[in-house]
Design a protein around this ligand. Structure first.
Ligand code: MBD
Ligand code: FE
Length: 292
């Protein structure tokens, strides 16, 4: 990768390869075996659902071949993580967090990277000296469902820049740009300085983009902040936060917006924006499904 390339030259196959590699690293450390009965039951139902679509629409052989060619392309472009996280993960998230009484979560998506630089409870996320975008100051508190403050909780934040690109998935950006790990103070509080992200368009030059163009859909997610919030004895909360008025809050391609996740930013009057938003974590209970 040459140093003179910029984020605007991002390629689907490059971000796809990166997301595939990152997923494999995560799997190695946390992959659990799925019992054969569940594999059998879910695979059979998935195949039957596909058979139903073929019968309902009387799929032609031309269409079957187009499907086969497209599936091969998804793999070649490394876009399985993108495809699954955009069109499937939101249901998995829903099923696995419905027991919670604390804060709503949302999907992780393909661009999380663990072990982002550690910062104090009050800190500025790593960014370029001339980082474009509206400065954003975010104050919040992490509590448990009983209202007690969670000091020493971890708030991992990652998001696209004001051009809609993620560090490590587009060229020309510093490795940890707009990625940081904050730790709350004794009152569970944090104060984060960053910049507002832009709406995000998934790569249009790969297989997912081919599907979007062929179906005449759009490729947009609303502007969003990604977080993972964790504290000992509590379930990990993976969430995304959104900005009011974004046209794509209503038609997110990844179906990951919930009304509870829309921020209420205030104009600070100096060209920057402040926002208050905190998290309530559910204590771990014996019968809760595992979530990451
Ligand atoms: C993203 O930035 C994202 O958050 C999701 C869920 C899918 C694709 C790109
Ligand atoms: Fe994202």
């Amino acid at each position: 990768m040459s140093q003179t390339r910029t984020e605007f030259e991002a390629k689907a196959a490059e971000s796809g390869a990166g997301a595939t590699e990152a997923f494999r690293r995560k799997q190695r450390s946390g992959g659990a075996a799925v019992p054969a009965e569940r594999v059998s039951a879910m695979a059979r139902d998935a195949l039957e659902a596909i058979h139903d679509v073929i019968r309902k629409h009387e799929m032609t052989y031309e269409e079957y071949d187009a499907l086969k060619a497209w599936l091969i392309q998804v793999g070649e472009d490394g876009e399985w993580p993108l495809f699954l996280d955009v069109w499937v993960e939101h249901v998995v998230e829903d099923v696995n967090t419905s027991h919670r009484s604390g804060s709503k979560g949302s999907i992780e998506g393909p661009y999380y990277v663990p072990d982002a630089p550690a910062l104090p409870h009050d800190g500025t996320i790593p960014m370029r000296e001339d980082e474009p975008g509206t400065p954003l100051t975010w104050n919040g508190q992490v509590t448990s469902t009983d209202g007690s403050a969670l000091g020493g909780a971890t708030v991992e934040l990652w998001h696209a820049d004001s051009n809609g690109f993620y560090s490590q998935y587009a060229p020309g950006l510093p490795e940890w740009n707009l990625r940081g790990t904050f730790v709350t103070d004794e009152q569970g509080r944090f104060a984060i300085r960053t910049v507002q992200p832009a709406p995000y368009q998934i790569p249009t030059d790969g297989a997912c983009g081919t599907l979007i163009a062929a179906a005449d859909w759009h490729a947009w997610r609303p502007a969003h902040l990604h977080v993972k919030v964790s504290a000992p004895g509590h379930e990990l909360l993976t969430a995304q936060l959104y900005f009011p008025g974004d046209p794509h809050n209503e038609d997110d391609i990844a179906s990951a917006v919930k009304p509870e996740l829309v921020l209420d930013p205030q104009d600070a009057g100096d060209g920057s924006v402040t926002v208050d938003y905190g998290f309530v974590l559910d204590p771990v209970s014996a019968d809760a499904p595992s979530t990451r």
